[in-house]
Design a binder for this molecule. Sequence first.
Ligand code: AP5
Length: 303
Amino acid sequence: MRIVLLGAPGSGKGTQSQRLVQRFGIPQISTGDLLRSAVARGTPLGVKARAVMEAGKLVDDATVLGMIEERLAEPDVARGFILDGFPRNIAQAEALDRMLNTLGKPLTAVVQMDVPYAELTRRIAGRRSCQNCGRVYNIYSMPVGAALVCPNCPGNPPLFQRPDDNEATVVERLKVYEAQTRPLVNYYGQKGLLQSIDAQGEVDAITALLVGVLTSPAGEKARSVAGGTTRVKPRRAVKGKAKAKAKAKTKTKTKTKAKTKAKTKAQTKATRKAKARVRPARRTAAARRPVARKKKKAPARKK
Ligand code: AP5
């Protein structure tokens, strides 16, 4: 599997990538994580990238492509990979195609995760991460009053908010996404690689949807990519369909029940009639007349 997860900031690319890593045993390659790590370590690349990231702009293509090329040369990507946050524009997508064609390992799927803007900004505002393990949390899905610490790391280190998760930067990141990254939907659609999912709802349900899309049988995939983009029905729609199906099933059940009841009634009636038919013929009046009892002989009196 060589997968690209496309989606606006906050659409859940990182969250779902971590789950796909568990599911498929292939690594997640997040350019955002690689850049944040360079920033944290204070490398020359990190120092250069820091201001750009905090402004919500894209780091230059040469830097990002250099990082990706290096990462794709590592042995753990031999079985596949999940690209999260890369490519971010057409130039990066074309460069990636060239790199993978040289390796003889082209992309196998691109999934676009759709989430409305209001939900994206809410998710980003609530995001908190663990500096130690990189796990991502959200204050809106944590129990009320829970301490903002990582429950999975020894010593429970405090969670932090990314510096680019402030309101002004988020507005800029969403603008950059629309202008530079959104065109990739067409790019991959034309290549017949793109599938879109509604990425709203329970995290587990979205993982199931993603896994379904990525593992659907070859024939189904071939049919679905024929027109370019495939849209996997949103959960709500699926729910609606399931409801309608359930309703139809209940209707059929009720009909069948009514039919069975009518049948049983008819059968009972028929049985009664049949029984009546085999009932012995009525006795004639003479036959009905009580048979005269024989008088018992009175015992002889003792003299
Ligand atoms: P990057 O780190 O890639 O950020 P991004 O693309 O803006 O995406 P995010 O990490 O914000 O969101 P996500 O989709 O991963 O959502 P998440 O799972 O965390 O990039 C950061 C910066 O680095 C860029 O701005 C740029 O400067 C630079 N950069 C990176 N790559 C680059 C490239 N290729 N070229 C140039 N520059 C590059 O989820 C968000 C929150 O929502 C979390 O709190 C999570 O818990 C919650 N959540 C997830 N799913 C759900 C759900 N179903 N319901 C409710 N909450 C949910």
